[in-house]
Design a protein around this ligand. Sequence first.
Ligand SMILES: Cc1cc2nc3c(=O)[nH]c(=O)nc-3n(C[C@H](O)[C@H](O)[C@H](O)COP(=O)(O)OP(=O)(O)OC[C@H]3O[C@@H](n4cnc5c(N)ncnc54)[C@H](O)[C@@H]3O)c2cc1C
Length: 418
Amino acid sequence: MNIIILGAGVVGVTSAWYLAKAGHSVTVIDRQPAAALETSFANAGEVSPGYSSPWAAPGIPVKALKWLFMQHSPLIIQPTLDPAALRWISQMLRNCTAQRYAINKSRMVRIAEYSRDCLMALREETGIQYDQRTQGTLEVFRTQKQFDGIGKDVAVLKAGGVAYEILDREGCASVEPGLSSSKDKIVGGLRLPGDETGDCFMFTTELAKLAEQAGVKFLYDTGITRPITEGNRLKAIVTTKGTMEADVFVGALGSYTPKFVEHLGIDLPVYPIKGYSITVPIIDAARAPVSTVMDETHKIAMTRLGDRIRVGGMAEIAGFSKSLPAKRQATLTHSIEDLFGGAGDQSQAKFWTGLRPMTPDGTPVIGATRYQNLYLNTGHGTLGWTMACGSARVLSDIVSGNKPEIETADLAISRYAA
Ligand SMILES: Cc1cc2nc3c(=O)[nH]c(=O)nc-3n(C[C@H](O)[C@H](O)[C@H](O)COP(=O)(O)OP(=O)(O)OC[C@H]3O[C@@H](n4cnc5c(N)ncnc54)[C@H](O)[C@@H]3O)c2cc1C
């Protein structure tokens, strides 16, 4: 089949890879001059099935209120009357029950674990390099209360068969020696040895090259404006470079997918949740993180990517704004300097923002729509890098008429109709 993929982020490019491998003729269209230049560009670098949890969890509404008044807060809500934001917040709050949390979490873990296995297989098959490491991730707790409260997370990890280690502060410093001089600031940590790290932009760029060699066409600098329908099928899409037809279309426009499907009367509850990162060159490797260290207090992840450190986090509700306030950079700088002081050259920090395509239930939207030849692969929120390969693999199976290796019926957009 001739397939057009809308969007060349990590989700679009992995989709192209698996669809091309399944024997289809694939074209990827993106408004940017190359792959992975929007949200997939400078994320925190964690491939973390172990931390696959929905934001919407019991207790979050109270925690969120506290965060709003905290210095270096992980959550910022800009005062807004944007109906999309208000609706998304209310849908998210409705998912904060114990029952909804359990359902949403099980869906996320299913796709994230499968995705990690797909990534490992892809690495084995292609030899792709992306500053990857397979040394787990470590969540550090600054207060005894946080540390004492990990019971619920541990129970979930146990139930899911996910390997974990509970470490005291000495244990944390032994797996992450860069913490030796700051270990008095932490009381302990939770390590997930099965998690991985890597540069999502490098991965996507390299995979796009491999996909091109496998016959995938990439049309960059091409804005997608709207679909043209014929009955309950998409006939074509209108782009800034003309109208393009295909047998099948895959929507992978990240946070902008709702704008495209709106033309079709499809209500996709994906909202852009803004996050920030800085990337600094390492000047003292002994002080730098070895893998990812997640500071639970500020919800900031610090990841070693080759000779750089990526520091990423924060969640801001601010529509599609991509402004870069100095205050947010200060929070990221504070986090890394507080725990890994002197490891990186802050004077050369590259400050970045990206819009996470976030569903209110935390689970991505993968699969068919009510238009016969339109499929979606989007809404991966905080975990698009973690879930990309698995999402793309199941999408390819669904489009090709093969049975996916994991259950997918509850990942499609139809789940919101209930
Ligand atoms: C600060 C931060 C930290 C993060 N950390 C992690 C992490 O550690 N681990 C993890 O798993 N995930 C992380 N994420 C999430 C992850 O980065 C995203 O889920 C993922 O990049 C989404 O990929 P995507 O392909 O869906 O979207 P995108 O990468 O945004 O791709 C969408 C593409 O569609 C194109 N497009 C959009 N509209 C149009 C149009 N009209 N016409 C043409 N092209 C268009 C864009 O140019 C873009 O290339 C983080 C995100 C942020 C912001």
